[in-house]
Design a binder for this molecule. Structure first.
Ligand code: CP
Length: 354
């Protein structure tokens, strides 16, 4: 059985294969409209969503399958205290595959350790969002014709931006990627992504607070929302929320072929006037999300005999201090830490270093 919890669960050739299948579905959708006949997808959304949940549901319906699920925690038995582990065991009785979004980091991993059907991480807290990354890769591939030799700027909330963390991990697999990290000092990329991905893979990167200085060098500009829901201090959010606004004036300094991506939803960070610029790709990116999720569902349902190799050295001798980690809530869950290359330990659920 195969799940997708982290984008690194897939090799480059598997990412390329998913992109090729998604592009084939776009060309010849009729070939695929009975591929999931009699199959059920469960969408378990403990956090709000428009694109991810509805594109998963549309994907399964267009594959000829059916969908069950819920769109808020309050309508599930989690509100009565049911654990993620038990929820995953129960849903395995009713569905052939499940997609989970959860505010706690590591919740989809707990689900996949307890489910008997494939589990897809549809976003866990400020940690990862691998299916958004698949949509991003498909969009970049369609716009630029390649996934290597690109200068990619990430702008906005790089601290809590789970889509940013997953896309940087995915791009670390490709040659010639340069990364420009554009954020306020308080919302810089977490150290674990810098150390475990950028530095480990010798990726060229710079950090800056100025979108104006960076924009002219970029092939891809990946804008992100400052995420109100992740801030403990609302005054800090109010101070930072309008740090970056991409407008027509700034676009004048961008390359003619630069592509603007945004996982959406947007608030103020891209002016609506930019929508009519041919370089604005974010609505097409949302459409790509449906096709790549179709390809993903097909892949995971076809790999029943897959066995994941786990080479991590794991210990339970610490306690995770991240209050957004699933281990803070699931009392029965054992603490588990993996050893990093530099000899430190990280929680296997949320990646927080001890
Ligand atoms: N990009 C994304 O995850 O959007 P939703 O929150 O609407 O699913």
């Amino acid at each position: 059985m195969r799940s997708l919890i982290d984008i690194l669960d897939f090799s480059v050739s598997e990412l390329d294969e998913l992109i090729a299948v998604a592009e084939d579905i776009m060309e010849t959708p009729e070939k695929y409209n009975e591929k999931c006949k009699n199959k059920k997808l469960a969408t378990l959304f403990f956090e709000p969503s428009t694109r991810t949940r509805l594109s998963f549901e549309a994907a399964m319906i267009e594959l000829g399958g059916n969908v069950i699920g819920f769109s808020e925690a309050s309508s599930s038995s989690a509100s009565k205290g049911e654990s993620m582990a038990d929820t995953a065991k129960i849903i395995s009785c009713y569905a052939d595959i499940m997609a989970i979004r959860h505010p706690l980091e590591g919740a989809p991993l707990v689900a996949s350790n307890n489910a008997t059907v494939p589990v897809i991480n549809a976003g866990d807290g400020g940690h990862n969002h691998p299916t958004q990354t698949l949509a991003d890769l498909l969009t970049i591939h369609r716009k630029m014709g390649r996934l290597n030799n690109l200068t990619v700027g990430f702008c906005g909330d790089l601290l809590y931006g789970r889509t940013v963390h997953s896309l940087i991990s995915a791009l670390s697999r490709y040659e010639g990627i340069k990364v420009v990290l554009i954020s306020p000092g308080e919302l810089k990329l977490p150290d674990y992504v810098k150390e475990e991905v950028l530095e480990k893979c010798n990726m060229e990167f710079i950090e800056t607070e100025s979108l104006e200085d960076a924009i002219g060098k970029l092939d891809i500009l990946y804008m992100t929302r400052i995420q109100r829901e992740r801030f403990a201090d609302i005054e800090q959010y109010e101070r930072l929320k309008d740090s970056y606004v991409l407008d027509v004036e700034k676009m004048k300094h961008a390359k003619e072929k630069m592509a603007v991506l945004h996982p959406l939803p947007r608030v103020n960070e891209i002016s609506v006037e930019v929508d009519s610029d041919p370089r604005a790709c974010y609505f097409e990116q949302a459409l790509c999300g449906k096709f790549i999720r179709m390809a993903l569902i097909l892949k995971l349902l076809s790999e029943k005999d897959y066995k994941k190799e786990n080479k991590d050295v794991v210990t339970d001798e610490f306690i995770c201090k991240n209050d957004r980690c699933i281990t803070t809530v699931e009392q029965e869950l054992k603490q588990a830490f993996k050893k990093t290359d530099k000899g430190t330990y990280r929680c296997i659920y949320c990646d927080r270093e001890v």
